[in-house]
Design a protein around this ligand. Structure first.
Ligand SMILES: Cc1cc2nc3c(=O)[nH]c(=O)nc-3n(C[C@H](O)[C@H](O)[C@H](O)COP(=O)(O)OP(=O)(O)OC[C@H]3O[C@@H](n4cnc5c(N)ncnc54)[C@H](O)[C@@H]3O)c2cc1C
Length: 443
């Protein structure tokens, strides 16, 4: 009998596995696919041989659990941290501005950055400072902006339409993967506090200098194995074995049953729903809400050109349908003219055909970067992640379950569980650590 069975080999399952293995527990991790990494993985593009992520991932200095996880498995040096937060924006007229934070304690690092930035008009700078001031005062008052959408919250805080459109919306969609008109303001407020108003170190961005899989997948699996644990791909779990209020193991698609002292599910919400016995899902108030979490999609458009279209490593596209451009050739140092465009919160675009999306992206790129009009497109690869994250509306917050379940021996992890964060790598890693801690406390 295995001590702890973990279902799912994404960030949350691997983080839980590493924590449990580190604590001396016997771990067996089962992943249904032939590869680990889940929604944060990379692969080799067969045409170009380039390393392609299933979608560009950004990490921040405030991702403390993720940084701890990568340190434990020995790959933190594969992340490229900025010295200070430094983000470029470009508009459709090709006008480039930068928001660069200063080497000062919080909140002065950000305030000075905003004051010096060409990204805002004088009036907008005052509005950003006003929002920063309210965030600080609200913390003192314990005020909650729950049940407001990000749009309502920003408007209430006197942020004009242009500033919302050109700045806050880009941050909201990047952080929450949802449109500001429906995204939960309380979650956005928490993200802003953690990311922008805690310390200059926490505000820095970090971009993986390698493909996502190389960042953590093999090293995490090797760490678990080095402690005597097992990590197995191609092992699809089709059901949880639950009797008399106790989870006793899992059933695999091969028909095999594996018994375990504890089972830690680290699969997305809709996949957990398929594993739970029907009566538990219907009748147990703890699990029933899980099926109501809705997905939010992300589309990544990878383009290989015959020449450079920008020198920047990444840039926010103001007023574009596509929100961010990442210069992958530059980030990986591969010398390729390979860029990846990110379209988050992509509900309105996910059903559009690949050709249509490609045409739209190329047309927009030509507005932002005139060089792109002259460049020849060598190759393209479009990736639609329909279930990229859960949609973080305020209704969703009440549907997210804790790590410890009413079924003895069954624990939950995953970016969608009750982490208090949006669906992010940091949420996933924190959830894995929380579930691992619950297993250790109970046994
Ligand atoms: C395109 C894109 C861009 C993103 N950008 C960012 C970003 O910039 N910054 C950021 O912080 N986050 C980002 N995210 C979110 C981040 O990728 C996720 O929050 C994180 O990877 C979720 O990890 P997880 O372990 O919770 O779930 P997953 O990665 O989904 O892992 C679950 C695993 O369980 C396996 N599984 C499911 N069912 C079974 C079963 N029955 N049996 C066995 N195995 C099973 C799956 O195959 C999968 O490998 C992005 C996500 C996407 C898709």
């Amino acid at each position: 009998m295995d001590e702890v069975l973990i279902i799912g080999g994404g960030f949350s399952g691997l983080a839980a596995g590493v924590a449990l293995a580190e604590a001396g527990r016997g771990v067996r991790l089962l992943e249904q696919k032939s590869h680990l990494g889940g929604r944060a993985r990379s692969f080799l593009d067969p045409t170009t041989g380039s390393v392609v992520d299933n979608g560009q991932h950004i990490i921040m200095g405030c991702y403390h659990a993720t940084i701890q996880f990568l340190s434990t498995i020995g790959t933190l040096d594969r992340l490229r941290f900025q010295k200070h937060l430094n983000v470029h924006f470009i508009d459709r007229k090709g006008r480039l501005t930068v928001l660069q934070c200063a080497a000062l304690p919080s909140p002065w690092h950000l305030l000075l950055g905003v004051l010096r930035s060409g990204s805002f008009t004088f009036k907008e700078k005052l509005e950003v400072l006003r929002l920063g001031g309210s965030l600080r005062r609200q913390r003192a008052m314990g005020h909650s902006s729950e049940r407001l959408s990000v749009r309502e919250w920003l408007t209430n805080l006197g942020q004009c339409e242009r500033l919302q459109h050109n700045f806050w919306d880009l941050l909201c969609i990047a952080a929450l993967n949802e449109d500001p008109t429906v995204a939960n303001a309380a979650l956005f407020e928490r993200v802003l506090r953690l990311a922008l108003f805690t310390s200059p170190e926490d505000s820095r961005l970090a971009i993986p200098g390698v493909g996502l899989s190389e960042l953590y997948v093999d090293a995490a699996a090797a760490y678990i194995r080095s402690k005597g644990g097992r990590v197995e791909c191609g092992q699809g779990v089709v059901g949880l074995l639950v009797s008399e209020g106790q989870c006793r193991g899992v059933r695999l698609s091969s028909g095999e049953q594996i018994e375990a002292e504890s089972v830690l599910s680290a699969v997305p919400s809709f996949q957990l729903a398929a594993l739970l016995p029907g009566d538990l899902l219907r009748q147990e108030p703890f699990f029933a809400p899980v099926v109501f979490l809705r997905p939010a999609p992300i589309i990544s458009i990878n383009l290989w050109f015959d020449r450079a279209i920008t020198d920047l490593a990444f840039v926010g596209l103001r007023g574009g349908t596509v929100q961010w451009l990442f210069n992958k050739g530059k980030i990986f140092g591969s010398g390729e003219h390979y860029v990846s465009l990110v379209l988050s919160g992509a509900h309105r675009h996910i059903a559009r055909g690949k050709e249509e999306l490609l045409d739209m992206a190329l047309l927009e790129l030509g507005d932002f970067f005139p060089e792109a009009r002259k460049a020849g497109l060598l190759h393209s690869l479009l990736i639609k992640e329909r279930f990229a994250t859960f949609s973080p509306t305020w209704e969703a917050e009440g549907l997210r379950p804790a790590a410890r379940t009413p079924v003895r021996g069954l624990y939950l992890a995953g970016d969608w569980t009750a982490t208090g964060l949006p669906a992010t790598i940091e949420g996933a890693v924190q959830s894995g650590y929380t579930a691992a801690r619950a297993v250790l406390q109970d046994h």
